[in-house]
Design a protein around this ligand. Structure first.
Ligand code: FES
Ligand code: FES
Length: 167
């Protein structure tokens, strides 16, 4: 390792990654600029919009507010890791069916917040859904279709978890 570089080892979308990075680079910069995963968006850059939301060890976080070095040893999921090559993840399918996407800029972040929510609470109530996406701003939809998309996703994609997870 060169001096003033940080050796980062983590799991990104199910794959082990090991590399030297500048210590000051953000998690968002790492994902977008080094790994070229452009699904994670940069909106405000200051933790206000949620466009950069990723899931780290099961928690939805703003990648713009994290140093890449803070990902060391952790499991990171971005929107590119949600689905397989050929088909949409059930959350994405639900958003599509409920017309929860207009310009789409907010969508990857909201999908990731939804994923973290449904992993933790497969059967969320409306208040829990609203709270889970409270940090994700959308200028297009008025949120009703997004809430409907999340409710639909909870109904369809997490049935297995509902039956197997303890409440
Ligand atoms: S870009 Fe991270 S919260 Fe807006
Ligand atoms: S769909 Fe355009 S910002 Fe949400």
């Amino acid at each position: 390792m060169k001096k003033n570089r940080f050796h980062l080892h983590f799991i990104l979308n199910g794959q082990e990654k090991s590399l030297d990075i500048e210590p000051g680079i953000s998690a968002l910069g790492l994902i977008r600029d080094i790994f070229d995963l452009k699904g994670t968006k940069e909106g405000c850059g200051i933790g206000e919009c949620g466009a950069c939301t990723i899931v780290v060890d099961g928690q939805a976080v703003n990648a713009c507010l994290m140093f890449a070095a803070q990902l060391d040893g952790r499991k990171v999921l971005t929107v590119e890791g949600l689905s397989g090559e050929a088909e949409l993840h059930p959350i994405q399918q639900s958003f599509s069916e409920q017309h929860a996407v207009q310009c789409g800029f907010c969508t990857p972040g909201i999908l990731m917040s939804t994923h973290a929510l449904l992993e933790e609470k497969p059967n969320p109530n409306r208040a829990e859904i609203i709270k889970a996406v409270a940090g994700n701003l959308c200028r297009c939809t008025g949120y009703q279709s997004i809430i409907a998309g999340i409710e639909n996703a909870a109904d369809r994609c997490c049935k297995g978890q509902k039956s197997s997870k303890k409440s």
